[in-house]
Each structure stands twice: as C-alpha cells, then as structure tokens.
Design a protein around this ligand. Sequence first.
Ligand SMILES: *Cc1c(COP(=O)(O)O)cnc(C)c1O
Length: 458
Amino acid sequence: MALHAVSAKSADRFDDVFTTPLSETVLPKYRMPEGQSDPHTVYSLLHAELLLDGNASQNLATFCTTWSDDEVCRLMAENLGKNMIDKDEYPQTAEVESRCVHILADLWNSPAERTTMGCSTTGSSEAAMLGGLALKWRWREKRQKAGKPADRPNLVCGPVQICWDKFARYFDVELRQVPLEEGATGLRPHQLRQYVDENTIGVVAILGVTFTCDYEPVAELAAELDAIQADTGLDIPIHVDAASGGFIAPFVQPDLVWDFRLERVSSINSSGHKYGLSPLGVGWAVWREASMLPKGLIFDVNYLGGDMPTFALNFSRPGGEIIAQYYNLLRLGRAGYRKVQQACIDTARYFGERVAGMGPFELLYDGHGALPAVSYKLRDDVTGFNLYDLTELLRARGWQVPSYPLPPDRQETTIQRVMVRHGIGRDEIALLADDIERSLELLRKGAPADGRRKAFHH
Ligand SMILES: *Cc1c(COP(=O)(O)O)cnc(C)c1O
C-alpha cells in the first residue's frame, strides 16, 4: 500500500495508538512519508522498536554511562538548545566548560591548574586526536629549529584503542604498536627502547587498557624514557590515554602516580561519559601547562566581546553533557566519586571471585588495582565449547557479555570482559554469575550451543 493511501485511511484523533493508520503499516525505511503523523503514535512506535536494542544496564561490554540522576536528565532537557561553540551567546556554558577543565587539571595534579589549557570534546577519541596533534606539532617545531627533517613522525604505544590508529592514519603519523608480551596486560617499560627514535613524537600510556582493563605502568614508562634520555638525549613526552582510568585512579588509587606529577606527562585525555559519570557525548583533553599546546593549533572565537581560544575538531556540539559533567563534579564531590567507583570495584572483585570459583576460567584481570572490571579466558584444557558459545547463551537472558580476540600478536587468545559501572548493583552481577554457571552446565552437556554452533559458524 502506498503511503499516501495509508494516510488517507480515516484517522480518528481518539484512536488507540495501535489502531492508528501508521501503526497498521510497516514503517517507511527508504523514503520519507508524504504526510504528517500524530507525535504520540510516532513516539510509541519508535519507543517499541528501540526496545530491540536490549537493556543498556545489561550491557556489560560498554565503559560508557548507562545510568543518570533525574537532575542530569532535567539539565540535559533544559539545555537542549544550547550550542557549546557559541561562546558569545552562551557565556555561562563556556564558563562551566572552563571550570571543568581547571577542576580536572587540579584532579590530575597539573602544576598550573588555574592557567593551563584544556577543552571538552565529544569523547576520548576526539581528545586523543587533539593530544596527538599537539605532540606532532611540538616535535615538528623542535626538529625544524634544529634544522632536521620533520617528515616521518612516529608514535609509540601498546595495545591501544582504535582511536589511535585513526589519529595515525588521518594525521600521517607512523603508529609503532609494541606487541603485547605473553602474560602482560599492556605496554611494558623494557620494550620501549627498541621502538623510540628521533622521530618519535611521543609515547601513549593507557590508564585502563581496553582489552584487559588493566593500567599500564605510567611512572615506570616515564622512568624508562628518563633513562633513554640520559643515554641518547632523546626527550620523548608521554600522553596518557586515561579514557576510563582518569576518573577512577584519583579517587580509589590516589597513591598511584600516573598523571602530571610525572614531569614527562604532557597531556591527558579522559571520557566524561565513561567513569566521569556524565551522559554520552563528552570527553576531556588537558595539557600539563599552557605552553604544551602549540599556539598554531588554537583558533580564537568571539566571546563576550573578547577572544576565547578554542581547539577542537568539531564545531557545533550540544552543551548539555558539559553541564551534566559539572553537575556530577559538584553533586558528588571527591567523596561521592570515591564511593561510587569503590562500590563498582567491590562488585567487580566479587564477580572476579565468582568467575575464579567456577572452574573453567583463568582470570587475566581480577578487578584489583585498575578499572572496576574483570577479564578472563577459558583454561587451555577446556574443550567442547568456547567463549563465543557462552556469549550466545547469556544473550538469551539479555546479558551482553562480548568475547573477542586479544590484539593481533596474541590473536589466538579469546577473552571475555565484564565492566561494572555506576547503576549496576551487586545483585545484578550475582544474577549474571548464576546465569554463567547455568550456561556452563548446558555447555558441558553439549547442548544447545553445539547445535547452534553448527548452524551459525558452519
Ligand atoms: C573508550 C576509549 C577510547 C575512546 O573513547 P570515546 O570516549 O569512546 O571516544 C580511547 N581510549 C581508551 C583507552 C578507551 O577506553
């Protein structure tokens, strides 16, 4: 039936949602409808369709916020129309962004927390691009001053998130990815020397490796770079990708030295929408001090009749997430963040103990020392099923627990990872553990995943 014919069917404004003409059709997928429809009907149909996405709180794969205070929802709605780039029109949103930058610079122990540069971004990916660009520009400036060629920059890192591959490709930098050693959860200091040279713009250290959830030893990496400088004269800065750890370590591992307390750390990125507890769409990039951000990368926008420096890949962006970030910082304070993150860590450790006790698993990371998460693999002597089978069985109960291979050099190892976030309680994780035990029983009996595996994986 053509769409105009549908809308011609008589509609009564008191129709039940599920007897309206629109609800009695398959929704258009390739062409915009000619006519208008009742907003409530469209809302209800879309609402129902999106339930197919599953329940975000049962998504144990994501690092991102899936739970927000009512106040956050209200602030987001109230500020829906505000464009954060219009600093002149929305000076108070700009002010709130600036407060967040300096609060984070202070949290990460910048020696110049009140004057340093930083900005909000759409997430850590954009923040990583900006951090990488600043490294590249500073390296180039130094090379040019010394009269040396500056056309073959490289960046050294361990098992990084895909955003660093993007940075390298988009901005013409060679990514020297150090292979993951057997038994290691990230880059190790003794591996560095072999990979750095005069064209190295920086080393990326990860506070919360995406694959394993463990921290890379930033202080030890910095000490190794100190030793390399003493031996070779190469002065190589560190950018810390603290996408997740930037909002965990300051609260629950305060003695871990990973941030601007290390002179070699020149910039840090973190995701406000991960353990920063803000809704999706905000990340942060902060430099140790203003001089670390090359002037050539800064654009001035008009702001209250003056100029405001900006540095971003995007232009228009919503202001609500930034406001929500400031709300969370104010609402929870250091004590509140500590409590929320510690509760997540305690629950992750509980889950780690349950997993360890089940028998067939070997933990890669047990929730101690880094992110509120657990990662594990099947013991080598387990046969008859694999982690993908388990993922599939858990999915039947709504749980999203992904299985995936480790990075290229260790690809033969498949692991599972469970992230515990704000809004995921102990009881929910206990139910997940019960479901894993039940699934293991089924898998040991050979059913039903055996049949499924044949069907789905040939
Ligand atoms: C999530 C993540 C990113 C990307 O961050 P987004 O906020 O999703 O853009 C980068 N690095 C690490 C280590 C991450 O965990």
